[in-house]
Design a protein around this ligand. Structure first.
Ligand code: HEM
Length: 415
């Protein structure tokens, strides 16, 4: 009772860049939903929508909330200003629809199902490398290299080039405590990615290499081929989106299960519960916490007058804990929950293109972990949080387990 009073008297401040906020964003999210469903941060000048229905509608209404002013708060710019390279995630319909059609067939559930055996083989290589030792640093040893290998295999990026791309992609995400801008290290990471693909694309155009990048180089739509800025945009989007969030998601599953031993025992005993576990992690502690949009015109919601050009954050993490959608147990982790919907992959036109791939990668990784190192224990004392603005996860997650046997045939030239 007393605690509640103190909390009610505390000023409600939501700063997605505050490292302290990352430890438990859900306390702030609840206050936002209840006390300020259309919240204005005067210092950083953005609105935040936190209730499930508002966030979903925000994703749906692309005419009102545009992606053209960037989908990240720290790189926002006036709509129409050139971003250097063109990513479809920063287009609105109808231009977005055309680009999306070009690549959507690569990531359908059916296409991804055909990749399951290959994904398992890739994950086995990494698990084999640590299984005899009885200890691992989950992020570096397991959950980070394997999604990079998978997306690289799709794109046709050679194995030798992947560690540097992974390092640069990780750097891109880095943010400083409380600061809404892109630090030099992150800019350096982006420069590394851009330089790599600017050197790589002419070779693809000359017929070298295989994979999705070569397909994109040859695609024609509406009587034209993709521009260099669009090709570059696709490569960078796929590398970052295909790697960062899945890496964080699998480590989040391991950390959350270790804190809920009964649920860990249940899913270990019945691998059929793995897909439901993944869905619950996407809802309960999603690796993407929010997306940024720019208002195209004046708009009023919950009594607040927003102006055309304003920044709006669609808080996925808050919406996914909304009691108005999930009832009184909304704030609990429950792998047996079967919600009709969640916003972990966004909603509408930009719904995550890689959702089927991410679900498959998550399923394979978690199945293999629970089958081969079922007694893993997280060292909660020494785990280290990854601090970004909208990506949530672990920089380091040490675990110990009973040593096991290798099962695969080791690395090949391509993994
Ligand atoms: C757990 C893993 C993942 C999560 C939580 C996640 C989350 C999201 C979210 C929330 C969006 C919507 C962005 C917006 O509305 O502005 C999105 C879009 C996107 N995601 Fe994912 N993602 C994941 C994995 C992947 C993977 C593996 C790929 C690999 C191809 C991928 C590729 C994309 C692309 C290309 C878009 C942009 C789609 C468009 O603009 O139409 N994502 N993702």
């Amino acid at each position: 009772m007393c605690g509640g009073t103190v909390e009610a008297m505390t000023e409600l401040v939501y700063n997605p860049f505050g490292f302290a906020h990352h430890d438990d964003p859900y306390v702030t999210y609840k206050r936002l939903r209840d006390e300020a469903p259309a919240y204005w941060n005067p210092e950083l000048e953005f609105w935040a929508l936190s209730r499930f229905e508002d966030v979903m509608e925000g994703f749906r209404d692309t005419a009102l909330l545009s992606s053209r002013g960037s989908v990240a708060l720290e790189s926002r710019r006036p709509i129409g200003q050139n971003a250097g390279f063109h990513q479809m995630i920063e287009y609105d319909p109808p231009e977005h629809t055309v680009l999306r059609k070009l690549v959507s067939r690569v990531f359908t559930t059916r296409t991804v199902a055909k990749m399951e055996a290959e994904i398992r083989k890739i994950f086995t290589v990494y698990l084999d490398e640590v299984i005899e030792s009885g200890r691992a640093e989950v992020v570096n040893d397991l959950t980070s290299p394997f999604p990079m290998d998978v997306i690289s295999a799709v794109l046709g990026v050679p194995a030798a080039d992947r560690p540097a791309l992974r390092a640069n992609s990780d750097k891109v995400m880095i943010r400083e405590d409380g600061v809404c801008s892109i630090p030099p290290e992150a800019a350096e990471g982006m420069f590394g990615l851009v330089s790599y693909f600017m050197e790589d694309l002419p070779k693809r155009k000359a017929g070298e290499g295989t994979g999705l990048i070569n397909d994109l180089v040859g695609f024609e739509f509406e009587g034209r081929v993709l521009t260099d800025e669009e090709l570059l945009g696709f490569c960078i989007l796929f590398i970052i989106a295909g790697h960062e969030t899945t890496t964080k998601m699998v480590a989040n599953v391991m950390e959350l299960l270790s804190k809920h031993p009964d649920q860990k025992a249940a899913v270990t005993a019945d691998p059929g519960l793995v897909p439901g576990t993944i869905e619950e992690v996407l809802r309960y502690h999603n690796s993407t916490q929010y997306m940024h949009r720019t208002l195209t015109r004046d708009f009023e919601i919950h009594g607040q007058k927003m102006r055309g050009g304003d920044s709006v954050l669609l808080l996925i993490g808050a919406a996914n804990h909304d009691e108005r959608e999930y009832g009184p147990t909304a704030e609990e982790f429950d792998i047996f929950r079967r919600p009709d919907r969640h916003l972990g992959f966004g909603y509408g036109a930009h719904f995550c293109l890689g959702a089927a791939l991410a679900r498959m990668e998550g399923k394979v990784a978690v199945e293999e972990i629970l089958r081969r190192i079922p007694d893993y224990e997280v060292d909660h004392e020494s785990k280290v949080r990854f601090h970004s603005s909208n990506v949530t996860g672990w920089r380091s997650l040490p675990v110990t387990f009973s040593p096991g046997q290798r099962e695969g045939s080791g690395r090949t030239a391509e993994n």
